[in-house]
Design a binder for this molecule. Sequence first.
Ligand code: AP5
Ligand code: MG
Ligand code: ZN
Length: 214
Amino acid sequence: MRLILLGPPGAGKGTQAANIVKKYQLPHISTGDIFRANIKQGTDLGNRAKAFMDKGELVPDSLVVELVEDRLQQDDTKVGFMLDGFPRTLPQAEALDSVLENMGSTLSYVVNIVVDPAVLVERAVGRRICRDCGATYHVKFNPSKEDGVCDLCSGELYQRSDDNEETVSNRIAVYTNETAPLVDYYKKSGKLVTIDGLQDIDKVFADIEKALEV
Ligand code: AP5
Ligand code: MG
Ligand code: ZN
């Protein structure tokens, strides 16, 4: 299965991607996670991406597209993939189409998680992530059993540096201007599946499972 998760910041892409890759045994390709790993390692790519991410702006297409092209050439994607946070612009979507065409393959589904913009800031600002295993929590909606400690691996929970109110607001505006047009793009291709992301995390996943079984 070759999947894309679409949705604004805080919609629940990462949360649902974790469920999907576990059930369907797919590699999880999150461009945001790849950039954050590069920032942590201090690579040239990380240094270049950081300036954009800190402001809540998109990293330029030229840096993102090549990265994803390379990633999709790796062997583990033969069984399929779960793209989370890519594509985010029309040029990225077109580049993905031509990569897939060259590989003789096509997308299975584009899962669009729809959420009322009013909840997005609270979701992002309350998010906490495990430093060791990457598990995602929310201080109110999905708290860890012990404050600041991961349920799965006892790792330390941290807050993303772009999860403050000002940066999140800009990320939402950037999504509306640059990424939201992809919904129409994929609607036209007949691959779009729309999921109500305002429900509980488990119910959102149940709806995704149902949609992917069709
Ligand atoms: P990225 O890391 O992709 O961030 P994003 O798109 O802003 O999305 P988020 O990760 O914030 O939200 P999510 O939908 O994954 O939500 P989550 O499941 O964690 O990108 C970061 C930056 O990198 C970008 O700003 C850009 O600079 C750069 N970048 C990345 N890709 C790029 C690209 N292709 N092109 C250019 N630049 C790129 O959930 C959020 C919170 O809500 C969590 O706390 C969770 O527990 C909670 N939650 C989830 N579901 C529910 C629910 N149903 N009910 C209640 N709470 C819930
Ligand atoms: Mg995410
Ligand atoms: Zn953990």
